[in-house]
Design a protein around this ligand. Structure first.
Ligand SMILES: [Zn+2]
Ligand SMILES: [Zn+2]
Length: 293
């Protein structure tokens, strides 16, 4: 099979890292997904999973990457100060993230590493790196033909979804979003339409989101696995990957959700740390899932 895109999940947890005996199967590191082509190394989000990926890249010698940040909540940036390849001379990184009116992406990242928050500033990192401020509805085409486009989803302080296209393969990384309504929902469905893989924020169950006597989680910025299955059907998605697992969700609970989601949308998998998905070629073998780590 000709590979277009190789996806590796280094962090799949939402909100905060959750190292625990109850999270060994799915993993406790926060958001970090690597998507490689034969020539390029793209990373989406720098949660604590980025530190694990960094160690792997560091062991492999030279380590260049384009790192896209969906937004700047802690669970998406906390791994950056511990990303060892940034400390190594000769490595090259381009960091992409959303500029805000009051604060540029570059300043937001640099400021989180200043004292008293962290003892090492970014100036002390020896790799070559540059910051690129991005926004919604942008499109980047890289030398090897990979196209990455952006879409603003529904999250407090904003968040970008990314669509990665290479050859005939299409992957969407859409974390941290509430279900969308009306025209925006239609636009989102158009953005994700026909993707081979949709990595989607399924932090809550519908029951948790809508709430009962205790009140729900509407307005907290996250979607549900049920909504994931609905948009996957409507958007003609090949495979739905449940992502940004709720921080206090045990492995057993997450397994139950995966089973229920499969009943509504057959090609559903709950993301696990270390899971690899190869996308490419034609026919039955277009998507292959493996657990090599
Ligand atoms: Zn998050
Ligand atoms: Zn967030």
């Amino acid at each position: 099979m000709e590979m277009d895109l190789k996806i590796t999940f280094w962090g799949v947890r939402g909100s905060k890292p959750t190292p625990s005996r109850d999270t060994i199967l799915f993993g406790g590191n926060t958001s970090c997904v690597q998507i490689e082509t034969k020539k390029k190394n793209f990373i989406f989000d720098g949660g604590t999973g980025l530190a694990v990926l960094g160690k792997k890249m560091f062991d492999g010698g030279k380590a260049d990457a384009d790192i896209f940040f969906s937004h700047l909540h802690w669970d998406h940036i906390q791994g950056l100060p511990f990303f060892m390849p940034l400390y190594e001379e000769g490595n090259t990184f381009t960091l992409y993230g959303q500029d805000k009116k009051e604060l540029s992406f570059e300043d937001a990242i640099i400021n989180q590493m200043k004292a008293p928050y962290f003892p090492i500033t970014m100036e002390m990192m020896k790799a070559d790196y540059e910051f690129i401020g991005i926004n919604t509805d942008e499109e980047f085409v890289f030398q090897d033909g990979t196209k990455i486009s952006t879409f603003e989803v529904n999250h407090p302080s904003g968040c970008l979804a990314f669509k990665i296209e290479k050859g005939a393969s299409k992957v969407v990384y859409s974390t941290d979003t509430e279900p969308m309504e009306g025209q925006r929902r239609g636009e989102f469905l158009e953005f994700i339409k026909g993707a081979d893989i949709l990595i989607y924020d399924t932090h809550y169950t519908d029951e948790e989101y809508i709430g009962g006597l205790c009140g729900g989680k509407k307005g907290w910025g996250h979607s549900t696995w049920e909504e994931g299955t609905v948009i996957s059907k409507e958007g003609n998605i090949g495979n739905l990957i449940l992502f940004h697992h709720k921080d206090d969700r045990s492995d057993r609970q997450q397994q139950e959700i995966e089973v229920l989601a499969k009943q509504k949308f057959k090609n559903t998998i709950a993301a696990r740390e270390g899971m690899v998905i190869i996308v490419g070629g034609d026919g039955l073998e277009k998507v292959v899932v493996d657990y090599p780590y």
